[in-house]
Write a protein that binds this ligand. Structure first.
Ligand code: CA
Length: 557
């Protein structure tokens, strides 16, 4: 594959061999304060750092040290990976290595797209970052390829096609390397595709396994789809999973069924809106749990499956935490897939009155029944959910999940959907619009108690936040605004302690690390994701696009 190298290739910043990242390094990533080796800042996706150098007392002295142009006018949702003083970051169009202390570009490699690559994807032309392993970087591309690069030089090592983009598939997900296997998901459920998760050999790019997120007739769960509907049943896998190294289990969330019009696919529609527990070596499904069967409302269940150990009934219990798009916060037993708690974490949920913990199924109201019958309904939360993809943070010391939540509904009506290869396949009337709160905030940053869903504190926001969240042992919670402010809050009460205005809107994933005794915080700025595309929020009209990476540190004494 052709590729272009830009800028100086720095021969030896660090000793030869220092680029190796082993499975053992990745496994202790959540405790490695000098690097950010994993998506989610650890296989547990907690996005929590033990660093305390930047803390409640001194955060007001936090200043930008440098910023770097991503040369891209799209939503910037890539999580920086930091290793040995080098930051690796992506856009849909390029992969870059940057010296962490100075912001100097070490190398930049463009992604070469065929001219016919569709530039219309569901919810923004973006990329969520690289995985690092064994001296290599792994990323996905919009035209549904997986690529490996030499971390030192950016040289392409291999590039393989995962799916045919002309059929509606695309890739934005950051890969996960678990037990020596590169694991990727796929996007495209809104285009009449059939989702899957792939495992790849990191050395060669050979596909080791593919697990479809939707079983066909004759396979286990295949009877939850009528006729041929499974073949185009959606089930994207567009957010990176978590990984339990002790049991060698990957937990990966599955998106909505397609089309949205549920009447044409009567049944539970496994494994849409589920979490799968997978063996990373084979892709074999160990168990599944479905959050929203036969979903009409686009309640993708891809949002991060955070791993934690909670004290439940006096017993330390290994669980998954997830703030589902359907408005419920779930605590799931990691060994069995049984929900242990499931409570509303947003004020307005009208499609279900609760979750039956015995059966695991939602207790539906009349709203889904009417929606499936073709009646117009107001549904809460909207198809963007109580929380969208933007990752939360979990502070294990305080047992609080910090999440950017959404506070609006949708006027919903199903209409017939016609399937054509590679085209939108929705079956709802999108002209009816959102139901906005009257004069109220459209979003909150909340500190959520996992077992009750209740907030210890919440910070309202007129325009909802679509940023990832980072929390630290310094008593801080970092987040960002679509209007560009990068913010730090007191983790105990939500009081805003600091902010800095970046040049565009923040939809990125803040991270922190330390190098030579100095703590750094990084985040990308760059507007253009799902809310800015679909919400028609005029208050964002004056927010210019323009991607950049910002790195902050304390003002030197
Ligand atoms: Ca979706």
């Amino acid at each position: 594959m052709r590729q272009l190298l830009f800028g100086a290739m720095v021969a030896a910043l660090v000793p030869v061999g220092a680029y190796a990242q082993t499975a053992a390094d990745l496994a202790k990533g959540q405790n490695d304060t000098r690097n950010v080796l994993n998506y989610g800042m650890g296989y547990d996706l907690q996005r929590y750092s033990k660093l305390t150098k930047i803390n409640k007392t001194n955060v007001k002295k936090l200043v930008p040290l440098w910023h770097y142009s991503l040369d891209d006018n799209r939503a910037e949702e890539s999580q920086p990976i930091v290793h040995n003083g080098v930051i690796y970051i992506t856009t849909n169009a390029a992969t870059m290595a940057i010296e962490a202390k100075t912001g100097k570009q070490l190398w930049k490699v463009k992604v070469e797209y065929p001219p016919e690559t569709p530039r219309i994807v569901c919810c923004g032309i973006i990329n969520r970052g690289v995985a690092i392993y064994d001296g290599k970087l792994f990323r996905t591309t919009l035209d549904a390829h997986v690529q490996a690069l030499d971390a030192k030089t950016g040289k392409e090592l291999w590039k393989v096609k995962a799916a045919e983009f002309k059929e509606g598939y695309s890739m934005t997900v950051a890969p996960l390397v678990a037990d020596g296997v590169v694991i990727t998901g796929i996007s495209g459920a809104e285009f009449g595709t059939r989702g899957f998760i792939d495992g790849w050999d990191p050395a060669t790019g050979k596909r080791l396994w593919r697990t479809h997120s939707i079983p066909l007739p004759g396979e286990p769960g295949g009877d939850t789809w009528p006729g041929d509907t499974a073949k185009i049943g959606g089930g994207s896998t567009w957010i990176t999973g978590s990984y339990d190294t002790e049991t060698k289990t990957v937990y990966w969330g599955i998106g909505n069924p397609g089309p949205f019009n549920a009447a044409v696919r009567k049944g539970d529609n496994l494994y849409t809106n589920s979490v799968l527990a997978l063996d990373p070596q084979t892709g074999k499904i160990k168990w599944h749990y479905q959050f929203s069967p036969n979903d009409p409302f686009d309640y993708d269940s891809v949002a991060e499956m955070v791993l934690a150990t909670l004290n439940i009934g006096g017993k330390p219990t290994k669980v998954i935490l997830t703030a589902n798009r359907n408005g419920f916060f779930y605590v799931i037993d990691r060994a069995t897939g049984k929900p242990l708690a499931a409570n509303k974490y947003i004020a307005n949920v009208n499609w279900a009155s609760g979750i039956d913990l015995k059966t695991g199924r939602p207790i539906e109201t009349d709203v889904p029944r009417k929606a499936r019958a073709g009646e117009q309904v107001e549904v809460q939360p909207s198809l963007l959910g109580g929380k969208n993809w933007q990752p939360m943070s979990y502070n294990p010391a305080k047992n609080l999940a910090y999440a950017n939540t959404l506070n609006f509904g949708l006027n919903y009506k199903a209409i017939p959907a016609e399937w054509k290869v590679g085209e939108w396949y929705l079956g709802i009337d999108l002209s009816l619009g959102f139901v906005w709160p009257k004069d109220g905030p459209r979003g909150y940053l909340k500190a959520i108690d996992p077992m009750t869903g209740k907030s210890k504190w919440e910070v309202p926001s007129a325009i909802p936040r679509f940023s990832g969240v980072l929390s630290t042992a310094g008593g801080l919670v970092f987040s960002g605004q679509l209007t560009g402010e990068f913010e730090a809050f007191d983790a105990d009460n939500g009081k805003k302690l600091w902010q800095f205005k970046t040049g565009s809107g923040i939809e990125g994933q803040p991270v922190t690390w330390e190098q030579d005794g100095v703590q750094y915080v990084a985040v990308t700025s760059g507007i253009g994701g799902v809310y800015s595309i679909f919400a028609g929020d005029e208050r964002l009209a004056a927010v210019p696009p323009g991607g950049s990476l910002w790195v902050f540190g304390l003002l030197p004494e």
